[in-house]
Write a protein that binds this ligand. Structure first.
Ligand SMILES: Cc1cc2nc3c(=O)[nH]c(=O)nc-3n(C[C@H](O)[C@H](O)[C@H](O)COP(=O)(O)OP(=O)(O)OC[C@H]3O[C@@H](n4cnc5c(N)ncnc54)[C@H](O)[C@@H]3O)c2cc1C
Length: 383
C-alpha cells in the first residue's frame, strides 16, 4: 500500500497511452483509472491544439479519450484553476481531476482560500516544472537560434538543460542557458520560480531521478497525500500501472537537481529585481503608461479577480474610461495582491501591451516577504 512520502517509479501497461506519453505515462494512466473507477467525473488536462505551440485545455469524461492528453507541451502556459472557477462552478457539484504545474497548484490553493473552488471535490496530479516557454517567443527562438522553420518542428522537449527540437530532416538541441542569455528560453516568471516539485498536489510526477534501465521509460512519483496514495493503489490494482521503489541514487540526484533549480531561481531573482534597484516605482510608472485598460491582467489573475468590477466603476483616483489609467490603477492591483502573488505570469503573458506586470508584482511580493519574514533575507533590489 502506498503512503504519503513514498517515492516510486511508475509506468503504464496501456499500449495507447505508452505510445503518446512523455515518460512512463503514469499521469494519463492514473486519470484513466480515476475516470473508470468514478473517483472523478471529469479530467481537465492539456492537449495539442492547431500546432505544437498551441496548448489547449480539454475536459474529458470518456476514459477512451484520455490518451490524447498524454505528453508534455513546454509551450503550454495556461493556468487551469481559472477554468475550474469560471466554467466548472468551482467544482462545487462535480469531482474534477486536474494535471497541474506548481503555479496551477498554488492558484488552486489561493482560489480555495477565497471560496472559489471546493478542493474536496478536486484531485490534483502535479507535474514537476522547470519552466514553460511562451509560444510566440518559441516560434521566434526556433527560427532565429535553431535556424529551423517552426512549422516544420514536430516534437519539442526539455532534457538535461537543453531545449531540443525534432523537425523534418533532423534534430537539434541548444542549452537553455545559452538561449536565455540571448533573451529566449523560459518565461521570465518561470526563471524566477522556486516551486519546481508541486508537493501540495496529491501526487508529484516528473522525470528527475529516473535512472538506470528505467530512464526515459518511467515516471518518478512522490506521493503527497492520502488521496494520492489511494488513487495510486487503485491504478496498480486495476493493472493499468506498475510501480517499484525509486532507486535511492535517483532520489539523491532528484534532490540535487531541485536544489540546483532553487539556486538558478535565486540567480534570476537577483538579476531581475536588481535591475529595478532604486527605480521600482519610476519603472512601474513608465511601463504602465502603455496600458490600454483591457482588464486582461485582472481577469486572468487567480488572486485579484475581485478588483475588476471595482476598477471598472472607478474611484476618486482612478476615473472610469481614462486611458492610460492613472498609475493608481496598477498600484491598487499590486497592493491588493502584494501578499499573495504566486508569480504564475498570467498578467504578463496575456498583456496586450507587453508590460512586465509579473515582474512588478513578484518584486513587490518579495519585498513584502523580506520585510515581514526576516529569515528570508533582504529583498535584493532594496537600496
Ligand atoms: C512545461 C513542463 C515542464 C516540465 N519540466 C520538468 C522538469 O524540469 N523536471 C521534471 O522532472 N519534470 C518536468 N515536467 C514533467 C514531465 O515532462 C512529465 O509531464 C511528467 O514526468 C509526467 O510524465 P508522464 O509520462 O507520466 O505524463 P503523461 O502521461 O504523458 O501526461 C502528461 C500530463 O501533463 C499534461 N500537460 C502537458 N503539458 C502541460 C502543460 N504545459 N501544463 C500543464 N499540464 C500539461 C497533459 O495534459 C497530461 O495530463 C515538465 C512538464 C511540463 C508540462
Amino acid at each position: 500500500m502506498a503512503k504519503k512520502g513514498d517515492m516510486l517509479y511508475a509506468w503504464t501497461n496501456d499500449a495507447e497511452i505508452k505510445k503518446k506519453a512523455e515518460l512512463g505515462g503514469a499521469v494519463t494512466a492514473l486519470w484513466k483509472h480515476a475516470l473508470e473507477s468514478k473517483a472523478v467525473d471529469a479530467v481537465l488536462a492539456i492537449t495539442k491544439g492547431t500546432d505544437l505551440y498551441d496548448a489547449k485545455p480539454v475536459l474529458i469524461n470518456n476514459p477512451a479519450d484520455l490518451a490524447r492528453t498524454a505528453g508534455s507541451l513546454h509551450c503550454g502556459t495556461l493556468l487551469l484553476p481559472k477554468y475550474v472557477k469560471k466554467f466548472l462552478d468551482g467544482a462545487a457539484h462535480k469531482k474534477i481531476g486536474v494535471t497541474v504545474k506548481g503555479c496551477d497548484t498554488m492558484a488552486f490553493i489561493e482560489l480555495a482560500k477565497r471560496r472559489q473552488i471546493n478542493l474536496d471535490n478536486v484531485i490534483l496530479i502535479g507535474v514537476n516544472c522547470g519552466g514553460s516557454v511562451s509560444p510566440v517567443l518559441a516560434r521566434k527562438m526556433i527560427a532565429d537560434k535553431f535556424g529551423v522553420d517552426p512549422d516544420k518542428v514536430h516534437k519539442e522537449e526539455i532534457d538535461k538543460g537543453q531545449f531540443i527540437i525534432e523537425y523534418e530532416g533532423g534534430h537539434k538541441g541548444i542549452s537553455i542557458d545559452e538561449l536565455e542569455d540571448a533573451g529566449y528560453g523560459r518565461r521570465s516568471n518561470c526563471r524566477r520560480c522556486k516551486y519546481k516539485v508541486p508537493r501540495q498536489a496529491d501526487l508529484a510526477c516528473g522525470n528527475w531521478g529516473v535512472i538506470g534501465d528505467k530512464a526515459g521509460k518511467a515516471t518518478f512519483i512522490e506521493v503527497c497525500s492520502e488521496k494520492g496514495a489511494k488513487l495510486l493503489d487503485g491504478a496498480v490494482k486495476s493493472g493499468i500501472l506498475t510501480t517499484e521503489a525509486a532507486n535511492p541514487k535517483g532520489i539523491e540526484i532528484r534532490a540535487k537537481v531541485e536544489n540546483a533549480m532553487f539556486k538558478l531561481g535565486d540567480k534570476w531573482r537577483r538579476k531581475d529585481f536588481g535591475a529595478l534597484a532604486g527605480s521600482l516605482w519610476e519603472t512601474i510608472n513608465r511601463e504602465t503608461s502603455r496600458c490600454i485598460r483591457c482588464y486582461s491582467c485582472i481577469e486572468n489573475c487567480p488572486v485579484c479577480f475581485t478588483a475588476a468590477a471595482d476598477l471598472k466603476k472607478g474611484s476618486l483616483m482612478v476615473k472610469p474610461g481614462e486611458v492610460p489609467p492613472n498609475p493608481m490603477f496598477h498600484l491598487r492591483r499590486f497592493a491588493h495582491i502584494s501578499d499573495s502573488c504566486i508569480n504564475c505570469g498570467q498578467c504578463e503573458e496575456l498583456c496586450a501591451m507587453d508590460i512586465p506586470l509579473a515582474l512588478f508584482s513578484h518584486a513587490i511580493r518579495s519585498e513584502g516577504d523580506a520585510a515581514f519574514e526576516p529569515k528570508l533575507g533582504k529583498a535584493p533590489y532594496t537600496n
